[in-house]
Design a protein around this ligand. Structure first.
Ligand SMILES: [Cu+2]
Length: 105
């Protein structure tokens, strides 16, 4: 398996819709929470962060294989593909206590 290093803070927001037919998980921001906040997905899954209302960021912890973080944004859908098995916690640093985690199996 490839072990691409796609992590890093302040990485540019780039289109990332994964491979055709990839599983998709939708995450929403109904207030000061991610919903769902915790999810377990299979390798190759695309997580679509539907950021609406308040401005939020999605900052992944520096775990090998973590996708690029999403800078503060609002009213956008930003996708990230999870191609590496592992546990990838993320925070919205705009709102302390707003966090979640993607587990890739
Ligand atoms: Cu937030």
């Amino acid at each position: 398996m490839l072990s691409a290093c796609a992590g890093g803070k302040d990485a540019p927001t780039a289109p990332d819709d994964g491979t055709p037919g990839a599983a998709i998980v939708e995450v929403f921001t109904p207030g000061l929470v991610f919903s769902p906040a915790f999810m377990t997905v299979s390798v190759g899954t695309v997580v679509r962060f539907n950021i609406a209302g308040l401005a939020h960021d999605v900052t992944f912890q520096a775990v090998n294989g973590a996708p690029a973080s999403i800078p503060v944004t609002t009213n956008q859908v930003v996708s990230r593909t999870f191609n590496t098995k592992g546990v990838f916690p993320f925070d919205c640093f705009t709102h302390p206590g707003m966090f979640g985690q993607v587990t890739v199996e």
